[in-house]
Design a protein. Structure first.
Ligand SMILES: Nc1ncnc2c1ncn2[C@@H]1O[C@H](COP(=O)(O)OP(=O)(O)OP(=O)(O)O)[C@@H](O)[C@H]1O
Ligand SMILES: [Mg+2]
Length: 248
């Protein structure tokens, strides 16, 4: 297997090619620990990766990917590369949904994303790009990744020209250039809808539908749309008996 050493990390094959860089499998040679490293190659984009590091390193929650460090290095053509070191996920939810349709598992993953978002929003941080590809699995837990479009609400950001994922974006972002925590609730609803559509092919009729929850996420007016805590309450009420964490 081709690999490269940078500082105390061996970088192996790429997990995924993103818009501005790549995410690689890697290993910390000092600790022997496997990790994922997101690499951005050019100066303009490095600023975005630093921003992502600033946000991610201020977070500590079991449903948010853990940040393990950040460094920059000059490359062969005298440009800087940025390296964001993270806890490693084994797959993202999009990939997992293509291969595995276990209903109870997915209900629990959605619940994980809801808890991660509730924590983020309690810190007044909007993720900005919630979708299946931006959730990875670590053990039996789902964790949110990709804080490239996230921001703290103090630094809001009117008239944003949005680069998020088109069919996931809330109307206030698309039409008014305005973004808030409830914009993530809209995208979460889209994610739940996609999962339900896939699960329907596989005997989902045995469980209560999610549609009554995600339709509430699609309230056009973000001021009326339920916030993430209300969504969490509805989810617990509907699926309490199959949520693995709820009794602990
Ligand atoms: N910590 C991680 N562990 C495992 N896989 C990861 C990790 N972080 C990201 N990935 C994978 O790499 C992909 C791209 O990462 P990320 O979304 O952070 O990059 P991006 O450049 O913003 O990509 P895009 O613009 O396509 O969203 C993710 O969809 C996921 O599949
Ligand atoms: Mg992404």
């Amino acid at each position: 297997m081709k690999h490269k050493q940078i500082l105390n990390y061996v970088i192996y094959d790429s997990i995924e090619e993103g818009t501005y860089g790549k995410v690689y499998n890697a290993k910390n040679l000092l600790t022997g620990e496997e990790c994922a490293i997101k690499v951005f190659f050019d100066k303009g984009n490095i600023i975005d990766l630093r921003h992502e590091y600033n946000i991610l390193s201020s977070l500590d929650h079991e449903n948010i990917i853990q940040c393990k460090g950040y460094f920059e290095q000059v490359n062969k053509v005298y440009m800087k590369n940025g390296y964001l070191v993270m806890e490693k996920g084994r797959t993202d939810l999009y990939e997992h949904l293509c291969k595995n349709l276990n209903i109870i598992e997915f209900i629990n993953y959605i619940y994980d994303v809801i808890k991660g978002l509730e924590y983020l929003h309690s810190k007044q941080i909007v993720h900005g790009d919630i979708k299946l590809e931006n959730v990875v699995l670590v053990g039996n837990r789902a964790k949110i990744v990709d804080f490239g479009l996230s921001h703290r609400l103090q630094e809001t950001v009117k008239n944003i020209s949005y680069q998020g994922t088109k069919n996931m974006i809330a109307p206030e972002i698309l039409f008014d250039g305005f973004c808030c925590c409830n914009s993530d609730v809209w995208s979460l609803g889209k994610m739940m809808q996609q999962i339900e559509q896939e699960l329907m092919q596989d005997g989902y009729k045995d469980y209560p539908r999610m549609s009554c929850i995600f339709m509430k996420c699609f309230e056009r007016d973000y001021r009326i749309r339920p916030n993430i805590t209300k969504i969490k309450d509805m989810f617990e009420e509907r699926y309490g008996d199959i949520l693995s964490d709820i009794h602990t």
